[in-house]
Design a protein around this ligand. Sequence first.
Ligand code: XLS
Ligand code: NI
Ligand code: NI
Length: 437
Amino acid sequence: MSFFPEVSKIKYEGPDSKNPLAFRHYNPTEVVEGKTMKEHLRFAVCYWHTFRGMGGDPFGPGCAVRPWEDGTDSLEMALKRVDVAFEFIDKLGAPFYCFHDRDVSPEGKNLTETNKNLDAVVKKLGQKQKETGIELLWGTANLFSNARFVHGASTSCNADVFAYAGAQVKKAMEATKELGGVNYVFWGGREGYMNLYNTDLRREFDHLAKFLSLAVDYKKKIGFTGQFLIEPKPKEPTKHQYDSDSAACMAFLKTYGLDKDFKLNIETNHATLAGHSMHHELTYASSYGMLGSIDANRGDELLGWDTDQFPNNLYETAQVMLVVLGQNGIGSGGLNFDAKVRRESFEPIDLFYAHIGGMDAFAHGLKIAAAIRKDGVLKDFVKQRYASWDSGIGADIESGKAKFDELEAYMLKKGDADKNTSGRQELLENVVNRYLK
Ligand code: XLS
Ligand code: NI
Ligand code: NI
């Protein structure tokens, strides 16, 4: 039985194609900088938006047309949805998918039943992975939808909720391991505060760190080798999320001695909500070897919340790929489309258009970034800009040879600093635009 009978396998047809169900740039076997596009981009489809999102918003319930849904959150429906998901991902040609435990399987009447539901679905996911060759980029636990998480999970004022969350992550990590997942993600959910009058901020941070260190312990115990990732987000659902941006996450991890065990999964729309560009968030993490994976989407310039739209901005995808190529690849991470079609795009076929466009935007961005790197236009400029640090006083400062005494003696003798040269921002922006084709 087919759930998308009108769609066959999406193929690469080249930049001139006008077929909306074909790739114009994503050519999985095309080699760029010594690796195939498939290896560079490591696209993943997310289960929550793509197979559970029904387009609901604060003004109305979901209205997406999904002929396979029976309107229930039953185990039977969950098992059927696995067939839908794998047909979609397989036809699209994405090599990976990602899920939360509660996206793929329903909550039961108690934890025992909930875990049994997950076991049943994981079994089917495993079979489908084998059948299709699709792999799991990452798993995670939904620690925010159920009412028990109203005050957060590991940062809840209720110790029982911390315990429940621990049990849930333990199970989700086991499921991820069983399915060969190459990463495991911790997005904060409701770990944050709405109001400081009722919040012991320091205690909540300590609990968050305790929770993550227990996860590290358990990871070692069961021999799960996937990369742990923290996903920063500054606000929504809480007013202030503890994992607010790359810098905050890295400072937190360092403070609690967890920095060797985690990297970051950085999401475009979360970067912009934090008042940063995606380029900034990626560069910050990558500079310290902390960029592990990417949630690929975009926000709306005029809306101040997490709209999770599909990426289409070539400037941005090129910047993302410049950072990724600059660190020699995304490693075990990938580009997960944490993105949802608009409420108005309610037909199943829209899911294909959305993903094809996102994949093409990144494949195109990859080609642009590679061309910029090939000509060395930015790299050479930056190298030249910092040349004063490569010898003389600059090299002495960097190596620790020059202290304040030496700096004073040097400058007294010289009288004044050498003249500055222009940063040439506009010139460089023009140069980058030359490659946007
Ligand atoms: C929500 C997050 C979430 C994570 C996974 O804003 O992006 O979807 O990626 O829990
Ligand atoms: Ni998001
Ligand atoms: Ni995300």
